[in-house]
Design a protein around this ligand. Structure first.
Ligand code: NAP
Ligand code: MG
Length: 397
């Protein structure tokens, strides 16, 4: 029996090994069971080059129109790729382009499987991390102070008027100095995207900063989060979730003792560091999904890894591969479930959840790709090839 998906999903194809898996996932796991209207955009490097990257912009605009998208990993060209594919230019990262059009925040979430134990014993449920991807030290100016002198922090209002100036430090000798900033607009967008994600995923929202020390800068982030969260209290209640502000060091300590299941919203630097810690704590890149959420509540799901180039080259040589398709499958189930939730079609949500549990059960039954076989407990005697894993999941569906 096929299930009808009421509204379209934006399908963004990609490159290399993930492009191969993308096709298999659609043909074997999805299209036999779902009647879907996929708005297809080929973000493969050749087509981006042919369209002068217009296809990426069109895809992002389609997500604005339909609200839900799913994206395959894509090549971000460097000089070597320009040569390899004979590109007209070094096109920008498609993820960057889509993110800036949607003004979105990226959240990472691991897939939890019983026989791939996380490094932290207490972690039983996924911990999602949202990183504010604008400003702070990533858009700062800095220089070495050569010798003794006075450093000031000055602001000149655009319409004229009094300048604001603060003494940073009276240097008695050489040192270093940095000026950093953020904008209310960006912080607010980030807070809204975090709240949309937490409500969408039914998970508690944690936000940590150091407002005891940074009584203006960090405190401003806290204020904005508090304000935005207070406008959504009914949604929080309806979902039975809560918003917690914590000092960042307290949040770090609590995370190590927690079961998981929360969204941890992080300032830019904290997110950079903590997302790598949490990701490696959960095991494999092949189990890490990611979703871009806009302040308006548009969602683009994808795997957190790249196009797995090394495996693709083996595949081109005709050698067997064992590439993990789990994060790509979960990108699809994330998008399908979100579509079903927005459309109010529980059968669609159920299909996505069923596919997810079959994938997890398959791994728990000892059928997994090489990357997982290396870290599974107990270790399986064999590992599955790229095609075999998807075949096994398809058979169980
Ligand atoms: P990658 O695709 O993430 O792969 C790096 C290595 O991680 C692989 O060689 C493999 O290790 C392991 N790995 C990653 N995903 C795996 C999976 N699903 N199953 C099994 N092993 C997996 O990074 P890359 O090779 O450095 O980058 C390739 C291309 O991806 C680049 O052109 C980059 O621009 C692009 N990229 C795109 C995105 C995106 O679209 N979101 C993100 C990152 C990178 P072993 O070789 O040891 O098996
Ligand atoms: Mg990092």
């Amino acid at each position: 029996m096929t299930i009808t998906v009421k509204n379209p999903i934006v399908d963004m194809d990609g490159d290399e090994m993930t492009r191969i898996m993308w096709k298999m996932i659609k043909e074997q796991l999805l299209l036999p069971h779902l009647a879907m209207d996929l708005k297809y955009f080929d973000l493969g490097i050749r087509h981006r080059d042919e369209t002068h990257d217009q296809v990426t912009v069109d895809a992002a605009n389609a997500v604005k129109e339909y609200g839900v998208g799913v994206k395959c990993a894509t090549i971000t060209p460097n000089a070597a790729r320009v040569k390899e594919y004979g590109l007209k230019q070094q096109w920008k990262s498609p993820n960057g382009t889509i993110r800036s059009i949607l003004d979105g925040t990226v959240f990472r979430k691991p897939v939890i499987v019983k026989n791939i134990p996380p490094a932290v014993r207490s972690w039983k449920k996924p911990i999602s991390i949202g990183r504010h991807a604008y400003g702070d030290i990533y858009k700062s100016v800095e220089y070495k102070v050569p010798a003794a002198g006075t450093a000031e922090l000055a602001f000149f209002p655009a319409g004229g008027g009094e300048k604001i100036s603060l003494l940073v430090h009276e240097f008695k000798g050489p040192g270093v100095i940095m000026g950093m900033h953020n904008t209310e607009k960006s912080i607010r967008s980030f807070a809204r995207a975090c709240i949309n994600y937490a409500v969408g995923e039914t998970s508690d929202l944690w936000f940590g900063a150091k407002d005891t020390i940074s009584k203006t800068y960090h405190a401003f982030f806290k204020e904005v989060f508090d304000q935005e969260a207070s406008t959504r209290t009914t949604d929080f209640k309806k979902k039975g979730i809560r918003y917690r502000y914590m000092l960042i060091d307290d949040a770090v300590a609590q995370i190590m003792k927690a079961e998981g299941g929360m969204l941890w919203a992080c300032m830019n630097y904290d997110g950079d560091v903590m997302s790598d810690m949490v990701a490696s704590g959960f095991g494999s890149l092949g189990l890490m999904t990611s979703v871009l959420v806009s302040p308006e509540g548009e969602f683009v799901y994808e795997a957190a890894h790249g196009t797995v180039m090394r495996h693709y080259y083996e595949h081109l040589k005709g050698n067997p591969t064992s590439t993990n398709s789990v994060a790509s499958i979960f990108a699809w189930t994330g998008a399908i479930a979100r579509r079903g939730e927005i459309d109010g079609t529980p059968a669609v949500v159920e299909f996505a959840r069923r596919l997810e549990s079959i994938v997890i059960k398959t791994i728990e039954d000892g059928i997994m790709t090489k990357d997982l076989a290396a870290i599974a407990e107990p270790k399986p005697t064999n590992y599955a090839g790229t095609e075999e894993f998807i075949d096994r999941v398809a058979a169980s569906l």
